[in-house]
Design a protein around this ligand. Structure first.
Ligand code: CS2
Length: 493
């Protein structure tokens, strides 16, 4: 068998015989975008759109410098450095067709925990016009129930004392904005690409809260000069598996240590609100709109919440993937009932959007049998996701007198999942959550205090005082604990 060819810039010409490679001039690219959080999603979404724009227009101002702020980012840094920023995007269609191509928009990578000064310098560089973020829902450091900045965070406390050794995104952004200002450079745009309602407004509010404690004058400058566009981002991007790496080796003789897989669907709706110029992303299908809020709410409350509904119920039933859930009629019916009867009635008016078609398309996307998106990815960090994706819908329906049955069963399933960590067949479930210990501790009191889990105010706010919710939840959670037959309860809902 032939030896595989390593993915790097020297080998691109040889590889071009097997697989599409970047055809634009990567050497002349400047890092106009500094991106924090180079996970699979960024590589399937913003970096892909940026690649498409290069392919189409060959503009040299908009390459990407990746940044990792956490120790865990070392691996992606090492892989991308070794591969000269190149990686393969594997797009998996529902009919089994697979399109793979090498993406070339990432041109550099720096690590914040290792070399904070280099990260700040990169953000301060005159070429930098946008700092974009995919730092996950939990990375924004706000209290879910109050929406206020969490000053208790020890990293935040450290950087407030030591502004020159930042640790969180807020320390880095303030240090960089301050330096740019001192050098009379225009500020960059801060562009959040995370699944948070009003993601730009939230980033702005949190950064201002932090900056106000650190340097009030700088905070006033940020408030006046820095733009934070809100955006809705969408592309289902499962965790890369060893079989994806093997697929590239056996199909193309290509050795890529960390490719990305995703679905064909892609969407980015963003407000045209930039401090210092922007790429002409509209040329590659990005929608610029005056107000993105209705779109984000629709996506978070239907797609992301729908994922969590399937993920948590699927996890305790024993379905390994989202598409396995969608092969199960009980799950499909349940998902649609949740979307139609609970999520849709509390969405805002959306002109020109056919919600029925949107929900139909979500069902098709979830059912894509080649994506194999694990329920464990969906359930990971539920404590940061559910308050916005699902609990907000329960709260809105309580206020409106609407149905809360479908969403409440999911909360009861989340309690059981956090407590027992096993599925119906007794198999252990891998739980990944920054609040894992607290969740487990609260959930484990359920047998003596059925409402223990929902007493966690930072997640559930004042729902504990809503009898409609507590009565239903209490009944459901006790039924799950009695025999863990989630499908029976789903059918009864
Ligand atoms: C998922 C999202 O993390 C989750 O729970 O719902 O990652 C989802 O796949 C993306 O937002 C799709 O755009």
């Amino acid at each position: 068998m032939n030896k595989e060819i390593m993915l790097n810039k020297e080998n691109l010409a040889t590889l071009s015989k097997q697989i599409p490679i970047p055809t634009f001039d990567r050497k002349s690219l400047k890092a106009g975008i500094v991106h924090v959080g180079v996970g699979g999603f960024h590589r399937a979404h913003e970096a892909y759109y940026t690649h498409l724009l290069q392919e189409k227009e060959g503009v040299s101002d908009w390459g990407i410098c990746g940044i990792g702020l956490r120790k865990g980012d070392q691996k992606i840094h090492d892989v991308l450095q070794k591969q000269d920023g190149l990686y393969t995007l594997i797009i998996k269609h529902p009919d089994g067709k697979i399109d793979s191509q090498v993406i070339g928009s990432i041109i550099d990578f720096k690590l914040g925990h290792d070399t904070p000064d280099l990260v700040i310098d990169q953000m301060v560089h005159p070429d930098t016009k946008i700092v974009s973020l995919t730092i996950t829902e939990g990375g924004y450091n706000f209290n879910s129930s109050t929406g206020e900045f969490d000053f208790e965070n020890t990293d935040v406390q450290h950087e407030l004392q030591h502004p020159n050794s930042p640790r969180t995104i807020y320390g880095f952004l303030t240090a960089a904005i301050k330096k740019r200002r001192a050098s009379s450079l225009s500020p960059f745009t801060v562009m959040s690409c995370d699944n948070i309602e009003h993601n730009g407004d939230v980033t702005r509010k949190m950064l201002l809260a932090f900056a106000n404690r650190q340097d009030k004058e700088l905070a006033a400058y940020i408030e006046k000069e820095v733009c934070f566009p809100n955006s809705m981002v969408d592309r289902i991007t499962p965790v890369t598996t060893p079989s994806d790496i093997e697929y590239l080796e056996s199909t193309y003789g290509l050795k890529d240590e960390w490719p990305v897989t995703c679905e064909p669907f892609i969407q980015w709706v963003i407000e045209d609100n930039f401090s210092n110029g922007r790429p002409e992303f509209e040329k590659v299908g990005v929608q610029f709109v005056p107000d993105v809020k209705p779109y984000e709410k629709m996506k978070l409350r239907l797609l992301n919440a729908g994922h969590s509904v399937l993920g948590l119920l699927g996890a305790i039933h024993g379905h390994p993937t989202i598409n396995a859930c969608m092969e199960d009629e009980v799950f499909v019916t349940y998902l649609r009932a949740f979307m139609d009867q609970e999520a849709t009635p509390v969405l805002d008016q959306l002109e020109g959007i056919d919600l029925t078609a949107y929900k139909d398309s979500l069902q098709e996307r979830f059912a894509n049998p080649n994506i194999k998106d694990s329920v464990s990815r969906i359930c990971s960090e539920s404590s940061a996701k559910l308050p916005k994706f699902l609990i907000a819908t329960i709260q809105d329906n309580i206020a409106n007198g609407g149905s809360i049955t479908y969403a409440t069963l999911v909360i009861a399933a989340w309690c059981y999942y956090s407590d027992k960590g096993i599925d119906k067949n007794g198999n252990a479930i891998e739980i990944i959550d920054a609040m894992q210990e607290q969740l487990h501790e609260a959930a484990s009191k359920t047998e003596t205090d059925p409402l223990a889990f929902i007493r966690q105010e930072s997640l559930f706010g004042n729902l504990i005082n809503e009898d409609k919710f507590t009565n239903l939840y209490s009944e459901m959670v006790q039924k799950i604990y009695a025999d863990n037959d989630i499908k029976k309860l789903m059918k009864q809902a």
